[in-house]
Write a protein that binds this ligand. Sequence first.
Ligand SMILES: C[S@@+](CC[C@H](N)C(=O)[O-])C[C@H]1O[C@@H](n2cnc3c(N)ncnc32)[C@H](O)[C@@H]1O
Length: 268
Amino acid sequence: MQYYQTGEHLHAKHAQIYNESGRKLEEWALELVVPTPDARMLDVGCGWGRFSWPLIQRHGVRPANLVCADYSLGMVQSAAVEGRKRGHRPHFVNCGIESLPFADGAFEGVLANHVLYHVEPLAQGVRELARVLRPDGWLMATTNGAVYVPVIDLHYKALDRLAIPYEPEPPGPFTLENGAAILAQSFAQVERYDFVDEVIHGNAAAFTQNYLTIGRYRNVIARDDISAAAKAALPNVFHELATDMVQRHGAIRAPVLMGAFICQGPKT
Ligand SMILES: C[S@@+](CC[C@H](N)C(=O)[O-])C[C@H]1O[C@@H](n2cnc3c(N)ncnc32)[C@H](O)[C@@H]1O
């Protein structure tokens, strides 16, 4: 995935979300579990380390006990750079969730956050997560819930205006709504916790910059059945729609629905 070649885009996106809202998913989610300094932990699909650094800095997990793993080598390298900036040296591994290069029961805690919707085959990935956990260990898996997302709404409105055709989207493969049933195939106990918030975007230009980072926009730009002129016009039309919304409502209000599954009792 081009977008995940390094941590640059993801880090910028996270920084922007939090500038506007203030509450941090990772700080909220890590309060749901009790990592001990001696626990061996795995953060897989770690990205630039959004969850790894608070594990060390706020929860006292020893870097030597933490493995940060990601399918993208560039992402692992970005995480290593971030770690060095903070003076932390956890272990870094370049691997996919579908086939984890760790022994059975190697970890007391595993994080697979905002990543399971990428994993194929998903059931195999979830079995792998269960396999590498100790019988008394826990898995945290965060994801998104079904909620009105203005950036996506305006994206489709912009496509309509430019008469760019698109297919209706199927439901996500791993969401807050369908995730518990998938995890229950490999865990005896699955609990869902919701993170509800609102992000208020007052600046249409910044909102449009954020739009340029989302997968749906990048997918349209990568299509070869669309003219260069229509692709070039897309950000401008999006910006017009965003400006109109800000003028009419004073801001673009984006409800946030994300959440975490905490799973115990890995089935072997
Ligand atoms: C949305 S980011 C989430 C990163 C981080 N967990 C967070 O919450 O900020 C998804 C990450 O999962 C990685 N990824 C995608 N598919 C993967 C797979 N099958 N196994 C491991 N990592 C994967 C991507 O490279 C990317 O770094």
